[in-house]
Ligand binder design. Sequence first.
Ligand SMILES: Nc1ncnc2c1ncn2[C@@H]1O[C@H](COP(=O)(O)OP(=O)(O)OP(=O)(O)O)[C@@H](O)[C@H]1O
Ligand SMILES: [Mg+2]
Length: 374
Amino acid sequence: MATILILDDRNTNRKILAQLAMSVEPGVAVRACASGEEGIAAAREKAPDLVFSDFNMPGMNGAEFVAAFRKLEGCIDVPVIVVTAYEDREHRYRALESGATDFLASPVDHHEFVVRARNLLALRRQSLARQAAERANAAKTAFLANMSHELRTPLNAIIGFSEIMQIELHGPLGNAKYKGYANDIGNSARHLREVIQNILDVARIEEGKFDVEKKLVGMPLVLEEAARMVRPEAERAKLVFGVDVPGDLPYVLGDKTKLTQAFLNLMSNAVKFTPAGGAVSIEAHKASDKIEITVGDTGIGMAPEEIPIALARFGQVSGDPYKKKYQGAGLGLPIAAGIIQAHRGELLIDSAKGRGTKMTVRLPAAGVVLDTIQ
Ligand SMILES: Nc1ncnc2c1ncn2[C@@H]1O[C@H](COP(=O)(O)OP(=O)(O)OP(=O)(O)O)[C@@H](O)[C@H]1O
Ligand SMILES: [Mg+2]
């Protein structure tokens, strides 16, 4: 239920405004006060959703009231309308400068008052809903970060001991099958650790706590390293896999491990979402003060409206007939995008359903970044 606070030192005015406020919407609570001080006390008790305040009042005037009101808990973004005489520009300016949302000319037009109040309450509700959603999102992100930390610790023990068993450090396991199981346990745990690491990364990116190193990084090395990791899978999938990266690209100022991960994520998607017989190609060149890298594929592609889904954490393009065939948590692309953004780069996605995808990454060349930092 919305609460409207009315401030006016004149009895009749106050009553009229309170009556009007009551008619704004069913169930609205109206609190009418005779002074700024009284209004502050009322707002301290319970933050209103909308305030109408007269400017000329004995004691605190409208501008002073708004300034004090803004400092109260939960009142920083509550809309406040100050009522001033039509010709009184000076008061209007002072009210707006103190943090009033808007003003109304006195005598107040009844219809305008009610319409404004309705609009402002609707905006207020939207803003509260957005804040609640942001809080819930932040709580979810914090939960993901904490949970991933907790899950990683026991996994390290599982991985370590499975390796000890595999090499039969303390004597033979007896049955050969056990050695195979130890291998499977290790592999599954490593996969799980990777997924958990991805969840942690995505949470850090969202919380803005994703730190990247700032060292000179050679992109040919980064791209070759990432390509080396996906090449075997591309061969298994019978794809033509081409890398065309000149060796004399300028350096990028950044984090080698994270950049490698970003390109690995893009390349592994290109390989994963391209059916046999297709092609994946990686190219790079210098474009003015940037390095432009493209990861292209002739695979299943995405429709324009599917791209935001693909970029969202855990987002996978639904309704995709190939989807069931593919593993993944929907984290690789948002992580790549986060890493690129942390390097002040941009990621452009050009994709068409059934016709392949081209991911273009533009990263600032190091010389330029160094200049702007100095
Ligand atoms: N090159 C591509 N071609 C077609 N679809 C793609 C491509 N890259 C990403 N997508 C779509 O975007 C979705 C999200 O990609 P993302 O890399 O975040 O997740 P994933 O590959 O499904 O899982 P993960 O990377 O966590 O193992 C994919 O599931 C796929 O639907
Ligand atoms: Mg992926």
